[in-house]
Write a protein that binds this ligand. Structure first.
Ligand code: SF4
Length: 460
């Protein structure tokens, strides 16, 4: 009983978060920056922040995560970190030779008031940025938002600082990836290829954080959206943002700057959200959905029908990030399961509105909260009051699952205690297949574990 102090009685808490269902902005910014080819993320703050963010990403992806830091000490903490960042830019280009440095701020540099735009401009004016190299930046104060906000801020920085309109349109469509796994980004590209749609996906961490073992360490792996691709996004015919919280802000900014019209769809997790993604993408590009994709869909529907008798009515608690929770909840409802409790530490009225719209229509009795007070402690309390059959969330959920003796599926970020998860997509019809297979697997394992000898069946 590691969480034995979690009380059943829910009291109103203000100004106190216990076991937050989120982490801090710069992790998201660092992750997004790794989705540009040849990019070295740079943390403008103390070494401790940078180490924490790198180690969390490394523990999740089981890959080395390179990033630099402004290494604030007492002086920079009081007088500002401009000198540190300028000297870091010099050193990084001289020693590590990236194509681009993506700088994000931290609590400390934001509190001091360092202006990354001004420092980046000074670096350029002082000739510290070599020809053909770039420094981009995003403000990521961690005392607001979450890792998802940090991701959205860096992706917006990428879109606005690279996107230019030359006036000549290219026959291509942008897809802005919300926070998803490298395997998900690879799957999005595969689907676009099967549909025959020419896309620029950004950011793209496939072949960066799931690069194959080659026996050689590459400081800059072969994956990532290239600078040439990023420079072309302002000339694309349209943009599709996958997720209203982590991807849409970049699409809005690009539309404003380069007049590229955008549409936002949910991250394609599960049947309905994938249907919408495929339809919107094919309509935008004016292509027919090929039989290959229809067959993939048919396989998922077939498995969902086969599983319905086991999944129907099963009660689920879930926590995680907005753009994933929304389509995941819809998928559970499509499976006739009951999402009983939903929590996300990421604040935002837009997500609150979208989730409540879905729940009001299809599951009005569900407990849902995001932002202030929406933490894992609250979720645990809800689970004590209204027990569930399954918990879905990141690694931190294992403590609640153990205490309440509930089957648990690791989903979202971070997953620190398992290996290989980031190699299999959650998006698309194939991602949906994997998800339902995992869900039924843990439920049947539990049924087997609890079955009396005479009820322990070979065929279930
Ligand atoms: S919350 Fe702030 S101080 Fe803590 S690791 Fe994140 S950026 Fe650094």
């Amino acid at each position: 009983m590691l969480l034995r102090h979690t009380s059943k009685e829910v009291k109103v808490r203000e100004g106190l978060t216990i076991n937050p269902a989120k982490t801090c902005q710069p992790i998201g910014a660092m992750y997004a920056a790794l989705g540009i080819h040849g990019c070295l993320p740079h943390s403008h703050g103390s070494q401790g922040c940078c180490s924490y963010h790198r180690s969390t990403l490394t523990r999740h992806y089981k890959e080395p995560v390179m990033a630099a830091t402004s290494s604030f000490t007492e002086g920079a903490s009081v007088f500002g970190g401009q000198a540190n960042l300028l000297s870091a830019i010099d050193t990084i280009f001289a020693v590590y030779d990236p194509d681009i440095i993506a700088v994000h701020s931290t609590c400390l540099s934001e509190t001091i008031g360092d202006d990354l735009q001004q420092i980046s401009k000074k670096a350029k004016d002082d000739g510290k940025i070599p020809e053909g190299k770039y420094v981009i930046y995003a403000s990521t104060p961690s005392f607001v938002g979450s890792h998802v906000t940090g991701y959205a801020n860096m992706v917006t920085g990428i879109a606005t600082q690279f996107g230019v309109s030359t006036g000549v349109k290219k026959s291509q469509h942008n897809i802005i990836a919300g926070w998803m796994e490298p395997s998900d980004m690879r799957e999005i590209k595969r689907i676009a290829q099967v549909l025959g749609v020419n896309i620029v996906l950004f950011p793209d961490t496939s072949d960066v954080l799931d690069a194959p073992q080659s026996g050689k360490h590459l400081f800059y792996p072969k994956g990532g959206t290239t600078i040439a691709e990023l420079k072309s996004i302002g000339d694309s015919l349209s943009t599709l943002a996958l997720g209203s919280i982590s991807a849409e802000p970049a699409a809005i900014a690009l539309e404003k700057k380069c007049k590229v019209p955008f549409e936002t769809v949910d991250m394609p997790i599960g049947l309905s959200a994938t249907d919408r993604f495929i339809m919107v993408l094919s309509q935008r590009a004016g292509v027919k959905v090929p039989d290959e994709v229809t067959a993939e869909r048919g396989r998922l529907v077939d498995v969902m029908c086969d599983m319905e008798q086991y999944l129907h009515g099963k009660r689920v608690a879930l926590f995680g990030d907005p753009d994933q929770l929304l389509p995941l909840t819809e998928f559970l409802l499509d499976l006739n399961m009951k999402p009983v409790h939903i929590v996300s530490g990421t604040p935002g009225q837009q997500f609150d509105k979208q989730m409540r719209l879905l729940l009001n229509e299809r599951s009005p009795e569900t407990n849902f909260r995001n932002g202030t007070g929406a933490d894992m402690f609250l979720l645990h309390q809800w689970m004590k009051n209204e027990p569930v059959d399954l918990l879905i969330g990141n690694t931190y959920g294992k403590y609640m699952a153990r205490d309440e003796d509930v089957p648990f599926i690791r989903f979202g970020f971070p997953i620190l205690d398992r290996i290989g998860h980031s190699y299999f997509p959650n998006v698309g019809y194939s991602g949906g297949l994997r998800l339902v297979e995992k869900i039924l697997g843990v439920l049947m394992d539990r049924q087997d574990r609890d079955a009396l000898e005479e009820k322990f069946e070979l065929v279930m």
